[in-house]
Structures are given as structure tokens and as C-alpha cells.
Design a binder for this molecule. Structure first.
Ligand SMILES: O=C1O[C@H](COP(=O)(O)O)[C@@H](O)[C@H](O)[C@H]1O
Length: 407
């Protein structure tokens, strides 16, 4: 710690203070000496200050010899228009390849595993399309409150849906990239985001948790910022035509759970139909990629219950990370998602960071719902704090013919 601290410095300067940025640049030059040093600027600053700080860095503090990269925290704007403005400002000072838009949730193993599973195993990719997959569910359920964060009308759609959920869906559904190069992956992500249908407000259920007194939460009383959103998305391309992608993202819910569930279709003409029982859905295969609780990859498959007779049971083939990677690889050290992503920035690997065209495509998908909320002040459905969220979500699942995943 002492060695680390002896290499840290503090320079005081305001957000829009060009002179402060010049002093920072001078200090860095002094430390770097004649070496070809590179610079990473991590902009954990309020949204309102972002453009000023970024422009001052662009003008005053870029590395004279090495490369310069800037990390920008989400949110990436408030809507299509403000995001476009922000992008234009950043691009007036930096090249696209210098900009890293960070969403720490994308640094999780689950996210990297989406592409590892798909493209390094033979068993999944041939089934990865509308012929075999019946629906996909993406669930981010937090038990904590986000009252302060969502009291300004910002809400969960802008906070989590725009980057985390849509990036997850993009990695899950994109065509195979020609290489692991960040630009090749981003080219595929943007294609699938642009093929995603704009979200119809009728296919979005907005919720807000109640206060402990059971009323609308006082802290977010005048805000329509939802703390919950369930939505049905469709990707209008040859691979995914007609497959519903059901998203549930919320805070103040009963359980902490982050997972992706890929439900496969029924086995056509299944000769074991009578042994599965009345609910044929119980007999369909499912791939579950779980981040929390207990990181795991599970595949639900049918097998025979031991003993006389022929009764089938849907059990899970279970790759529990803590068993496999913590116990088997004794030197396994879990990395934090920020650690993973900052390491990627140092390496110049941008595949888990959104490019400007991806950001724009993602806002375009969400715009109809965000515009509706902003123009009509659509009231979210209230739900109990610590409950299961708005009942409207269950109807949404039924409307799209998707069996509700376990809670
Ligand atoms: O970016 C965000 O992530 C957190 C959840 O992150 P975790 O590492 O604690 O799982 C979320 O609570 C927050 O609203 C969001 O902005």
C-alpha cells in the first residue's frame, strides 16, 4: 500500500478549469520524463461535467508520445438526442478508438461466457436460432433500494436496460464475428441492435416500489423514473424472427438474481410425452447462465427417475463455478468486474465497451417507451418493496406465450 500510495498524486482543479488541466498535464510530464508514457483518464464525474472535462483533457492533457484513452461511466446520455450531442462532443476531441464507455456489469464472467459458450462449443451454436429456441429471458433482479439514484427521473431503463441488458442480448444473439478483435465483435453487436424492433410501450411494464407506508415512495414521489421494467423485445432478422426476448429488470424485489434463461422448443412428436406429465413445458430443455446467486451454467435435461416404471424428471447438469473453479484451481483468484474492464482498457481491448453507433442503436430501441414516459408522465405500477414486482409483468409473459421462470 505504501509503495502504491507513494506513486499517487492529487491535483486540485475544477471541472471546467483549463488551467487546472494544464497543471495536471505538467505534473504528468514531470513524472513521465522522457519515456513514451501512455495515459488513461477515468472520468467518474457528474454527467453535466463530462463534456467540459473530456474537452479539456482532449485539448490540454493528451499524452505527448504514447496513447491516450478516456473511460466514460454510464449513463451515456439521457435519450437519443442528448446521447448524440455527447457523442459529437467526445468525437470532436478524441477518435472513437480512444473512448471506452464502461458498464461494470459487462465485466462479469457471465457476459464473457456468452460468447465462449456459443463459439467454443459445438453443442450450442447449431441450436442457436428460431428453429430450436422458443424464448430467451434476461433477469436482473436486485433486492436493494435505489431511491436516491432514481429520484431524479432517470430510472432503471436508462441506468441498466440501455447498456447492460441490450449489450447482453447483443452478445447472445449476434452472428459469429470474424475474430475476437474488438471492432469485429462490435460490428456484429451493432448489426443485431439495429435489427432489434423498437420497444412498443404496450410491451413494457413499468413499476415503482412503494414506501414502507404502502404509498407511492415519497423520495421518488414526483418522479416517474421506474425502479422496474419488464419488456418483450423482438429481433427482426433471419436467425431470431418471432422469438420473444423477455426482460425483467428491477430493484427492491424479493430476491437478488441475475441470470439468462434460454428455453428450447418442445421435442417434436415426443414419444415420452405421456411420461412427462400434463405440463409439456416442464419437459423442454433450458440453458441457464446464472451470475447471482452462485455463479453457474446449468442445462435442464430430461432423465429417467430411478426405479420401476418410466417417469421422467427434468434435472440440471450443473457447472457451479465455486465448485469447479474455486476448489479445482487452487490458485483461483476471483477478479472484480472493474478490474477485468480496466485491464481491457490497458490492453486496448474494447469489445465489452459500447461504440458510438451501438449507443445510438440502443437508444433507438428504447426511445418509444422513454418518449412516452417523458411526454405523458406515464405512471408506473406500484409494487411492494421486497415483493415480486408489478403483476403486469406476469400478463406480459402470458401475452407473449412465455412460461414464467422460477422466482
Ligand atoms: O451499474 C449499476 O450496477 C449496480 C449493480 O452492480 P453490482 O456490482 O452491485 O451487482 C446497480 O445496483 C446500479 O443501479 C447500477 O447503476
Amino acid at each position: 500500500m505504501d509503495a502504491f500510495l507513494s506513486r499517487t498524486y492529487y491535483i486540485n482543479g475544477g471541472y471546467d478549469n483549463r488551467e487546472g488541466m494544464t497543471r495536471l498535464d505538467e505534473k504528468m510530464k514531470h513524472i513521465e520524463g522522457v519515456s513514451k508514457a501512455s495515459r488513461i483518464f477515468y472520468l467518474s464525474v457528474p454527467q453535466e461535467a463530462l463534456v467540459d472535462v473530456a474537452c479539456n483533457i482532449g485539448d490540454k492533457a493528451q499524452a505527448p508520445q504514447g496513447w491516450t484513452r478516456i473511460i466514460v461511466e454510464k449513463p451515456f446520455g439521457f435519450n437519443s438526442y442528448s446521447s448524440h450531442q455527447l457523442t459529437q462532443s467526445l468525437l470532436s476531441k478524441f477518435e472513437e478508438r480512444q473512448i471506452y464507455r464502461i458498464d461494470h456489469m459487462l465485466g462479469r464472467n457471465l457476459i464473457e461466457n456468452l460468447t465462449v459458450l456459443r463459439f467454443s462449443n459445438l453443442v450450442f451454436e447449431p441450436l442457436w436460432n428460431r428453429t430450436y429456441i422458443r424464448n430467451v429471458q434476461v433477469i436482473v433482479s436486485e433486492s436493494v433500494a435505489q431511491t436516491a439514484k432514481y429520484s431524479d427521473g432517470y430510472g432503471i431503463i436508462r441506468d441498466i436496460f440501455h447498456s447492460h441488458i441490450l449489450q447482453t442480448i447483443a452478445l447472445l444473439t449476434m452472428e459469429p464475428p470474424i475474430s475476437l478483435d474488438g471492432e469485429d465483435i462490435r460490428n456484429e453487436k451493432v448489426k443485431v441492435l439495429r435489427s432489434t424492433r423498437r420497444l412498443d410501450p404496450a410491451d413494457a411494464i413499468l413499476g415503482q416500489y412503494k414506501s414502507s407506508s404502502g404509498d407511492k415512495n415519497e423520495a421518488i414521489l414526483n418522479s416517474v423514473g421506474p425502479t422496474y421494467c419488464a419488456a418483450a423485445l423482438y429481433i427482426d432478422n433471419a436467425r431470431w424472427d418471432g422469438v420473444p426476448f423477455l426482460v425483467r429488470v428491477g430493484t427492491g424485489l424479493i430476491k437478488h438474481r441475475v441470470e439468462i434463461r434460454v428455453q428450447f422448443r418442445h421435442v417434436p412428436g415426443n414419444i415420452y410425452r405421456d411420461n412427462i406429465g400434463i405440463n409439456i413445458d416442464l419437459g423442454t430443455n433450458e440453458l441457464i447462465l446464472r451470475d447471482e446467486p452462485d455463479e453457474a451454467i446449468l442445462v435442464k435435461i430430461n432423465n429417467k427417475v430411478p426405479g420401476l416404471g418410466l417417469q421422467l424428471d427434468a434435472s440440471e447438469l450443473n457447472l457451479l463455478y465455486k465448485d469447479r473453479h474455486v476448489l479445482v484451481f487452487l490458485n483461483f483468484v476471483p477478479t472484480h468486474s472493474y478490474e477485468h474492464l480496466i485491464h481491457d482498457v490497458i490492453d486496448g481491448d474494447n469489445h465489452l465497451f459500447m461504440r458510438s453507433d451501438e449507443v445510438a442503436a440502443a437508444w433507438n430501441i428504447l426511445s418509444p417507451v422513454l418518449d412516452e414516459i417523458d411526454k405523458h408522465h406515464t405512471a408506473p405500477e406500484l409494487y411492494e418493496f421486497g415483493g415480486r414486482g408489478p403483476v403486469g409483468a406476469y400478463y406480459l409473459w402470458a401475452k407473449h406465450g412465455v412460461p414464467w421462470a422460477d422466482d
